[in-house]
Design a protein around this ligand. Sequence first.
Ligand code: SAH
Ligand code: DHB
Ligand code: MG
Length: 222
Amino acid sequence: MADATWTAVDEYVAGLLAPHDEVLEAALRDSEDAGLPAIQVSPAQGKLLYLLAKSIGAEQILEFGTLGGYSTIWLGRALPAGGRLITLEAEPCNAEVAARNIARAGLVDLVDLRVGPALDRLPQLEAEGAGPFDLTFIDADKIHTPDYFAWALDHSRPGSLIVSDNVVRFGRLADPDSDDPSIPAQRRLHEMLAAEPRVEATTIQTVGAMGYDGFNIALVRA
Ligand code: SAH
Ligand code: DHB
Ligand code: MG
């Protein structure tokens, strides 16, 4: 559960620094109306993804887990003309909502939405020679985070960023005996990162309207 103060601060910050325009509002409204769970990134986190993408001049972005396209819109807005964001979504119903939201955001030329379980879609991306990706955002089913990370790393370049969402899960990350099925995967991700000479990484805990969680950022070494 989110502490009232965390929510108030999230709303204060978003109101000034990550305000919603009509397109983002409509994306959330249509997602809710379609019955999608409200598990998208917060406005402040969406702004962070946008800032990260802009700060590295990202032109090729990969996203695991589209939902209704909210994070997709933040990331897509950081792309220059001619850039490309491939976003992978398992649920056709979610993808339908996302496609409408992406279209309303004017991002159809930049966003390539692929429907199906992400691991099944990756061989096709491989065959197409997709990437290297300047930024990857991993936010799909949590048990596969390490698999998505490994693929993203193999399809990155020196200087690429790989951001993984929901790695802390109310602090369960520190509990080796957690019965949350996502936790062994998040711990495996951290062990991979510790042993992986190709990246430098850190995890930041977050609080906000969505409660207590956190994200990992990995930078691919030169
Ligand atoms: N990134 C979104 C939120 C994603 S929620 C945002 O912040 O706006 C997680 C999404 O991952 C859900 O839509 C879910 O359907 C999708 N998902 C679950 N398992 C998946 C899989 N195996 N491959 C691709 N997407 C998956
Ligand atoms: C869940 C998924 C997310 O990506 C998130 O940011 C928060 C919650 C979930 O599946 O519960
Ligand atoms: Mg998430």
